[in-house]
Design a protein around this ligand. Structure first.
Ligand code: ASP
Length: 360
């Protein structure tokens, strides 16, 4: 483990707080402040209390674990997901919930990966961040963090209301592995097209109970932390060049491809293309078909242009997002040796990330 900085935040409330939340600070715009030269730079989260004094008056026991070098989430890798999962695992019994402060750019990937890794999760893990750094007056960091903390500590009759990995952003709580960053310049950065939002924060926080993962009293947390990054994402576009695609597919050690198809799972069905994909599958490369559309689902066989894909063994991603698909592929390739097993597990939901195909 790296050299993580740990800070306990002392609250000013008189009685001893009952609920406790562990904040894991990884970096991102949230924690950047303007330095002497006017540039944005990550700041030491130990000083967060200076920027958000309201934290002291929350009736919560709060601890912050900060990544030694907070980073832009564009530089996050599966090694960081392993660290985050490990921190949660190690501290699982001591805290009621977990909040991860993370850059928005790859937050949906991290949320998806953690949802697969934290098997038997029975407590809230809420990722949040900000579009404007905490050092700015109009920052959204304050609201996002304070509400995320409230959600992470919410219980009813002693049982956590949230029992899964979520993203809280701009008044909405979304299932993590159903989320996508869709806007870079407004506060409403995230959406979940194919799964309803889980809660909305207004005067009260309204939870939509029928969409939440239920609490499983018998489950105990396990972490599954192996990934295999020998994967690529291939996005279809008209006139895709055969030689380019052949070169991409000939990468040494390639084990999986997320194929971003059109509409409900269609690709060109020229002979050379189908033969190439079939050759890859025969070689043991898993091909996972997800739609370029952010809403809707892959239904292999609906159109003639996807019938062949199904016959040769391409796996349908149903209504999964690309973020959840590529992390699922890396995760399953890390867990399973046999491509057949990986393919079987890809086709089924692991933890609410997709609905299975409604049509044959
Ligand atoms: N580039 C930043 C990041 O993802 C953007 C953000 O945090 O909003 O780390």
């Amino acid at each position: 483990m790296k050299n993580y900085k740990i800070v306990n935040i002392r609250t000013t409330v008189k009685s001893d707080p009952v609920e406790s939340v562990l904040i894991i600070y990884t970096g991102g715009t949230f924690g950047m402040v303007v330095d002497e030269d006017g540039a944005l730079a990550p700041f030491n989260f130990g000083r967060v209390i200076d920027r958000i004094p309201e934290l002291r008056s929350l009736e919560l026991k709060l601890t912050v674990i900060s990544f030694p070098e907070p980073r832009d989430s564009s530089n996050i890798t599966y090694l960081d997901w392993q660290d985050m999962a490990y921190i949660i695992y190690e501290n699982y019994a001591q805290y009621d919930g977990f909040v991860i402060l993370h850059g928005t750019d790859t937050m949906a990937y991290t949320a998806s990966a953690l949802s697969y890794m934290l098997k038997g999760l029975n407590k809230p893990v809420i990722l949040t961040g900000a579009q404007i750094p905490i050092g700015y007056i109009r920052s959204d960091a304050r609201e996002n963090l304070i509400t995320a903390l409230e959600i992470a500590s919410k219980k009813e009759n002693g049982i956590p209301v949230i029992n899964e990995v979520c993203i809280y952003f701009n008044y909405f709580l979304l299932r993590g592995n159903r989320s996508q960053k869709i806007r870079s310049s407004t506060f409403a950065a995230f959406q979940s097209q194919n799964y309803p939002y889980l809660a909305e924060s207004g005067i009260d926080i309204e939870y939509r109970k029928s969409y939440l993962m239920p609490h499983d009293a018998d489950a105990s947390l396990e972490i599954k932390n192996k990934f295999d990054d020998n994967v690529i994402i291939v996005k279809m576009f008209p006139s895709m060049n055969r030689a380019v695609l052949e070169t991409m597919f000939s990468v040494k050690g390639l084990k999986g491809v997320v194929l971003e198809s059109y509409g409900s799972g269609n690709t060109m069905n020229f002979d050379w293309f189908i033969e190439l994909v079939e050759k890859m599958i025969k070689k043991g490369v898993v091909i996972f078909n997800v739609s370029q559309c952010s809403g809707g689902e892959v239904i292999l066989g609906r159109y003639e242009t996807s019938k062949k894909l199904k016959e040769i063994g391409v796996i349908s991603g149903g209504d999964i997002t690309t973020e959840a698909a590529v992390t699922k592929l890396m995760f399953l390739l890390g867990q399973e040796k046999s491509p057949k097993k990986v393919a079987e597990k890809l086709a089924q939901p692991l933890v609410g990330e997709m609905d299975v195909q409604k049509m044959p």
